[in-house]
Design a protein around this ligand. Structure first.
Ligand code: FAD
Length: 467
């Protein structure tokens, strides 16, 4: 879809101002620049500016904005909090950015049904806190849950720490209200736990990265909040043994709620940024949380299994272990000011985790770059970050090429081990270059036809998510 630039006579802007409240349509240059990109690697895409940022407060306003964009032949890019890491919410030139953060009401929490109905701009941790008032929880908890929206989490099918036990976002979404590219409003299904009437459009739209429709409402499933929780920090002499702890816990018959893995470089970065002393304790940290009535029994089994692998394990009731979970939530964001880094989001079958980590190290050595690894290990989802400390001696382009080559190799490795190019962050615009490494031509074609069926003129998030 062609987009023209924002000019004082832009007819789209005139139409938006005529039909929408003034305060929700912004062409302030600061807004246009700050809403042009998400938190993904910006240097791979030339930043493009929207014509306007629209901040709807109601479904009717979303529909009006979509209708006007369509009439004027302009794209619509939906945006939550912009914490995405794949360029999914990046603007295209002259588009409308629909920023959904103003639609942030928790409409209903039903303790009887264990469900909540929300608008898309609700911050995920706020939903969990509202559920907690009823003894319930909203399980998916990405490390960004205090800053990302439920709409963004739905659009990316976000994972999180507790997903090892409770599943990813898709496993908690029952029904969606969606504005389609033609401006119509659909509700995907009833909000029952079971429903097999027709194709499962709810699951299709979850993870579709804003390319099929704009989520304007959601009913999600809540779970009972466990009163008993045990957290275990296990420090290991090496990363591979720590990773093997994941399979060992499974052999012991335990399904932890959280299983996170941090390597020594990540611990050092956390120590530097937050004053902890993790790196002194071992070369790798496996952070495990058990919950439910059997939490302490399971925790004992975990301790036994991990001690058997040579880990130094925190004792029951350790406050330090609880603090470690909070530290982990910051593990991805901490980098050093003088480093150039690229990070990814591959996932492999759990049985391949150790092999994958070992091969990441080989890749780093081969390309002469540093490696940090954080993993949602229970899901086999790794975030390897390759970096180079800038000395100024090597031109930026050269450093960047080395880092990209390492990244490409890491993605190839994941695929060779039976995994995926992206476990939870989505394809966005950034990972389109790897999509046909994973998907066959037949699958790519079928995905294209699904996009065409929902959005024949590619109005919504064009050139994102699918090839
Ligand atoms: C420090 C940090 C930690 C992170 N940890 C995790 C993690 O543990 N797990 C994980 O999965 N991700 C993680 N992320 C990535 C990011 O937070 C998630 O992808 C999140 O789901 C994005 O939500 P958002 O509200 O910021 O959406 P945005 O970034 O604004 O948008 C993301 C995508 O969703 C689309 N979208 C947004 N709202 C809607 C809507 N209402 N309707 C249709 N499409 C929409 C956008 O077009 C875009 O394609 C992390 C990011 C950071 C910065």
């Amino acid at each position: 879809m062609a987009n023209s630039s924002d000019t004082p006579t832009d007819p789209l802007l005139d139409a938006l101002r005529a039909e929408l409240p003034d305060q929700i349509v912004s062409t302030d240059p600061e807004d246009l620049h700050s809403r042009a990109a998400d938190l993904g690697p910006a240097d791979h895409l030339t930043p493009q500016l929207p014509a306007a940022v629209v901040r709807p407060q109601t479904v009717a306003e979303v529909r009006t904005a979509v209708r006007l964009a369509r009439t004027h032949g302009r794209s619509v890019v939906t945006r939550g909090a912009g914490t995405g890491l794949a360029g999914g919410a990046n603007a295209v030139h002259g588009c409308l950015v629909l920023e959904m953060t103003g639609m942030d009401r928790i409409i209903r929490v039903s303790a009887e049904d264990s469900t909540a109905t929300v608008e898309p701009g609700v911050i995920v941790a706020d939903l969990d806190a509202a559920a907690a008032e009823h003894g319930l929880m909203y399980a998916p908890d990405p490390a960004s849950w205090t800053i990302s929206t439920i709409g963004g989490n739905i659009a990316t099918n976000a994972g999180g720490l507790r997903c090892a036990k409770y599943g990813v976002t898709r496993d908690s979404v029952l029904s969606l209200d969606v504005v389609l590219a033609d401006g119509s409003l659909i509700s995907t299904r009833s909000a029952t736990f079971k429903n097999v009437a027709g194709y499962d459009l709810t699951s299709l739209i979850v993870g579709s990265e804003g390319t099929l429709g704009i989520v304007v409402g959601a009913t999600v499933r809540l779970r009972h909040r466990s009163l008993a929780v045990e957290t275990i920090g296990a420090f290991f002499p090496d990363l591979s043994t720590a990773a093997s702890g994941v399979v060992e816990m499974s052999r012991a018959g335990v399904q932890p709620a959280i299983t996170e893995l941090l390597d020594s470089a990540t611990m050092r970065a956390l120590d530097e940024a937050r004053g902890s002393d993790l790196a002194r304790r071992g070369e790798a940290l496996l952070l495990v949380q058990t919950d439910g009535h059997g939490a302490s029994v399971e925790a004992e089994l975990v301790r036994e299994a991990l001690r058997g692998l040579g880990a130094e394990v925190t004792e029951s009731g350790s406050e330090e272990a609880d603090r470690l979970v909070e530290l982990r939530r910051h593990a991805r964001g901490d980098g050093l000011p003088d480093e150039i880094r690229v990070g990814e989001d591959i996932a492999v079958p759990r049985s391949q985790l150790v092999a994958c980590i070992e091969q990441m190290h080989d890749i780093a050595v081969a390309h002469g770059v540093e490696l940090k690894v954080v993993a949602h290990a229970g899901d086999g989802n790794l975030h390897p970050t390759f970096s180079v400390r800038t000395s100024g001696d090597e031109p930026f382009e050269q450093v960047s090429a080395r880092l990209d080559a390492a990244l490409d190799d890491s993605v190839r490795t994941a695929l060779r081990l039976g995994g995926t190019i992206t476990g939870e962050h989505g394809v966005g615009g950034y990972k389109l270059r790897w999509l046909d490494w994973e998907q066959s031509p037949e699958v790519i074609e079928l995905q294209r036809r699904i996009k065409d069926a929902f959005d024949p003129t590619h109005l919504l998030n064009p050139a994102r998510g699918v090839l």
